[in-house]
Design a protein around this ligand. Sequence first.
Ligand SMILES: [Zn+2]
Length: 132
Amino acid sequence: MHELGIVFEIQKRLLAFAAGNGLSPASIASVVVEVGEASTVIPKYLLECWPAAMDGTDMEDATLEVEVIVAQVQCKKCGTVYPYLEHDKICPSCGAWECRMVTGQEFNIKEILVYEEDVPEDGSLGGDPAVR
Ligand SMILES: [Zn+2]
């Protein structure tokens, strides 16, 4: 299970984000990550590792949200794009199985949310609690 390593990686990026924006790590409210359905990351394990990894850090109140991106492939014969898992890798238009992956292998930090009261007063963050 490599999800713990991934959680630590997210943690590192959050710290870098806080430092880069003049924020305290404690002001991070939550983080949203996107995980492709066909990636090797299992959202359930990620969520299970999260509290243990964050416990005792400045970010222990930060919550993790995982958004799953449906794995889509494109048929090499007819070009149809279809959800890979739903159709069991068989093109619904022509029945061919040769395809290439379009989406589903991503792993991104989509959004980092900070507590609004900690937004610097110069308004550099535009008063929007959602910061990418
Ligand atoms: Zn096809």
